[in-house]
Design a binder for this molecule. Structure first.
Ligand code: NAD
Length: 248
């Protein structure tokens, strides 16, 4: 049986990018631990299918549409748990990246986190309770060869998360980031397909465990940070990366 402190019963959770990959595993975990989950994803049909299966709700949402993010959170909130998971990556050496790449990667990976947090935080402050978990990346701590723009966005997420933690620690709200290493999802497979040969092996070897992570291993950390058990943990960046970033 699940310890009481891990139960999320009665908690409402908003999960961006929750239709597949890591976000899907997060939605499944939070729902299994009792949360009422709203899955927000660009792919509204996939979000709706998953929601139906796990007893959640779904909304088609492009997190880069900042005005709509605010409307959706106002309409479907208030939320006790906010998980910023939606993200995009591309493998490209810096001189091959364009300003358009910069804008697109920062819009999804960083600016959207501003928008959801701005919309969800006031209700958490009023309730005196909240859990914000932002899915960053080890790239945001270590940098990334072939991922400078992505790393810049994820580094921004980590600094933003710490700042939200500092401002809200006395209001019952925690804010933590998770830094996954290579996790076997469509995003990883796409990024690897656009990179040099042997990239997947190199990423795998960079972990201390010598294997890729699973989406559920990230989701387990999210569910813990969202629970009462983690009330004294805030402003942290938790590597879920097979030790890839240990010591960072
Ligand atoms: P994924 O591509 O498998 O899934 C991402 C989900 O986000 C998809 O359902 C997609 O539709 C949704 N999404 C993308 N753009 C969106 C937008 N503009 N608005 C709303 N939804 C949008 O990716 P994943 O591997 O599951 O990644 C999840 C998070 O984990 C991302 O933030 C990613 O940067 C981070 N991450 C992943 C890895 C990895 O190896 N897979 C490593 C480190 C960090």
């Amino acid at each position: 049986m699940m310890p009481n402190g891990l139960s999320l019963t009665g908690r409402r959770a908003f999960v961006t990018g929750g239709a597949r990959g890591i976000g899907e595993a997060i939605a499944r975990r939070l729902a299994a631990q009792g949360a009422e989950v709203v899955i927000a994803d660009l792919d509204g049909a996939a979000a709706a299918r998953l929601a139906e299966e796990i007893g959640a709700s779904a909304v088609a949402l492009d997190v880069t549409d900042l005005a709509r993010v605010a409307r959706v959170i106002a309409d479907t909130g208030p939320f006790a748990i906010l998980v910023n998971n939606a993200g995009v990556d591309q493998h490209a050496f810096f001189t091959k990246t364009t300003q358009e790449d910069w804008r697109r990667l920062l819009a999804v990976n960083l600016e959207a986190v501003f928008a959801t947090t701005h919309a969800a935080l006031p209700a958490m402050q009023a309730a005196g309770h909240g859990r914000i978990v932002n899915i960053a990346s080890e790239a945001g701590r270590m940098g990334s060869r072939g991922g400078a723009v992505y790393a810049a966005a994820k580094g921004g997420v980590i600094a933003f998360t710490r700042s939200i933690a500092r401002e809200n620690g006395r209001k019952g709200i925690t804010a933590n980031a998770i830094a996954p290493g290579p996790v076997d999802t469509p995003l990883l497979r796409q990024a690897v397909a656009g990179g040099p040969r042997g990239l997947l092996d190199a990423m795998t070897s960079a972990t201390l465990t010598g294997r890729l992570g699973t989406p559920d291993e990230v989701a387990a950390a999210v569910a813990f940070l969202a629970s009462n058990e983690a009330a004294f943990i805030t402003g942290e960046t938790l590597g879920v990366s097979g030790g890839m970033g240990c010591g960072q």
